[in-house]
Design a binder for this molecule. Structure first.
Ligand code: DON
Length: 304
């Protein structure tokens, strides 16, 4: 497969498109990002790399990190986590409060904000020093010891995190949050603040293409069954109320973040990360979605 040629063709055809879509402004630090950044990186399971544009520039991965906190908690605690968070697509915005009261404080899935906050609560209960534990895990799976939280972004989110605070309080009222709210939110804001490049991101998600075993280090990150289930959750819930659209047009399990990043994986083939900060109304990268749609069309590789 000539990935180089394919990503070049799509990249330059999309560069010509009208520059529409807006960067996320509800987190002040994200509003400062150059909206015209555009990068793509593919890592294949046989260790080949293909890259174009701003693929080596760090950006805020935001909600993409929720897959990695889920992975660590699922590995540590196992199937019991599903007593506190569901596995159904939400069909609502990532920070929506509406379903949570009907569902008695049990979030629909671990990739919307409410579900990710419950996962953070379980993480805080499970480790003495959750931040260090998470960073150690992330550095191990990414093979990169320089990956870190970004205090500037975490603080910016904290200052404007009114909806997230509402979500955690509502869940606490239903007894689905066991720890101190400030401690859990501090972990959540730090989790969302992590910065990575497209290259680092695609390499980090490689273990989900190969049944939980990292094909570069040969280390088992998570069991085959859990890897399969995390992929299923990404497929159904990775793009909030646009998950159906992403499955329809791109057809891969993936996850987006309001920093404009998207990571998607093709089992037994590759992991791909795209970054373009201009978002559509659902909070997903406009160009990122278009790029991946054309990429899976031109490669003619499908999981279905
Ligand atoms: O809690 C928030 O609003 C952000 N830290 C994460 C949002 C996000 O990335 C959702 N993505 N599409």
């Amino acid at each position: 497969m000539d990935y180089n040629n394919i990503i070049n063709t799509i990249y330059f055809s999309l560069e010509k498109l009208k520059k529409n879509g807006e960067v996320a402004t509800y987190i002040p630090e994200l509003a400062k990002v150059d909206p015209n950044k555009f990068g793509v990186h593919i890592t294949t399971i046989d260790h080949q790399h293909f890259s174009i544009g701003d693929a080596n520039e760090k950006f805020s991965i935001q909600s993409i990190a929720k897959v990695l906190s889920l992975t660590l908690v699922y590995k540590k605690v196992g199937e019991k986590i599903w007593e506190r968070v569901g596995v159904e697509p939400s069909g609502t915005a990532f920070n929506s409060l509406v379903q949570l009261e009907y569902d008695k404080g049990i979030p629909r899935n671990p990739l919307i904000n409410a579900g990710a906050i419950v996962i953070c609560d379980i993480l805080v209960s499970s480790f003495k020093d959750p931040k260090t534990e998470f960073l150690t895990f992330l550095r191990a799976i990414s093979g990169n010891t320089s990956i870190d939280f970004c205090a500037r972004i975490a603080e910016s989110e904290k200052q404007t995190g009114y909806k997230n605070v509402a979500l955690i309080n509502l869940m606490k009222s239903f007894n689905n949050i066991k720890n101190d709210i400030d401690v859990v939110m501090d972990f959540y804001y730090n989790l969302c603040s992590i910065e990575m490049t497209c290259k680092e991101l695609s390499r980090t998600f490689l273990f989900l293409t190969t049944d939980g075993i990292d094909p570069i280090s040969n280390k088992k990150i998570i069991s085959e069954s859990k890897s399969k289930r995390i992929n299923a959750i990404m497929q159904l819930c990775g793009f909030y109320d646009e998950a159906g659209e992403f499955a329809f047009k791109v057809g891969l399990p993936g996850k987006s973040g309001v920093g404009g990043g998207i990571v998607a994986i093709h089992p037994n083939q590759y992991s791909i990360a795209v970054w373009s900060p201009r978002l559509n109304k659902k909070g997903n990268s406009k160009k990122g979605m278009k790029f991946l749609e054309q990429f899976t069309t031109k490669t003619q590789l499908s999981i279905f």
